[in-house]
Design a binder for this molecule. Structure first.
Ligand code: 5GP
Ligand code: ZN
Length: 114
C-alpha cells in the first residue's frame, strides 16, 4: 500500500526500532506514549481496520494476541495488568488506517475509556 505509514514502518523503510518482529508482525514503541509501556503491534499485511478483517486473518490475529502476551511478560506488566486495544473508525479514534493493537500498561488505566 503506497502512502500507508505502518506499511512503510513494518517494511523497515523508516528508522523505527522494532522491539520484536517475526514473519507476520512488528512491534515498536508508540511515538506519543499514553502509558509507561505503550507498544504498537502491527501486522506486516495491510488490513485497513477491523471492518476489513477476513476469516482468513484469524490465525494472524491469534498470533498477535500471543505476541501481546509475550511482550507484556518482557516489559514486566503481565502481573500488574495491561490493556490490548484496537481503535476502529472515527468514533474509535483510529488515526492510522492499517490495523494495529496498542499494548498499554505500567500504570493504573481508567475504565470506562474517555
Ligand atoms: P490509532 O490512533 O490509529 O489508534 O493509533 C495510531 C498510533 O500510532 C498513535 O498512538 C500514534 O501516536 C502512533 N504513531 C503515529 N505515527 C507514528 C510514527 O511515525 N511512529 C510511531 N512509533 N508511532 C506513530
Ligand atoms: Zn498499510
Amino acid at each position: 500500500m503506497e502512502d500507508c505509514l505502518f506499511c512503510k514502518i513494518s517494511a523497515g523503510e523508516t528508522d523505527t526500532d522494532f522491539v520484536y518482529q517475526d514473519d507476520q508482525v512488528v512491534v515498536f514503541e508508540d511515538i506519543n506514549p499514553q502509558a509507561p509501556v505503550h507498544l504498537l503491534i502491527v501486522p506486516k499485511k495491510h488490513i485497513a481496520d477491523l471492518n476489513n478483517l477476513q476469516p482468513a486473518d484469524n490465525e494472524l490475529i491469534g498470533n498477535i494476541y500471543q505476541v501481546a502476551k509475550k511482550m507484556a511478560a518482557e516489559y514486566d506488566i503481565a502481573e500488574s495488568g495491561y490493556r490490548l486495544v484496537s481503535n476502529c473508525g472515527d468514533d474509535g479514534c483510529q488515526s492510522v488506517y492499517h490495523i494495529h493493537f496498542h499494548l498499554l500498561g505500567g500504570r493504573q488505566l481508567q475504565w470506562p475509556p474517555g
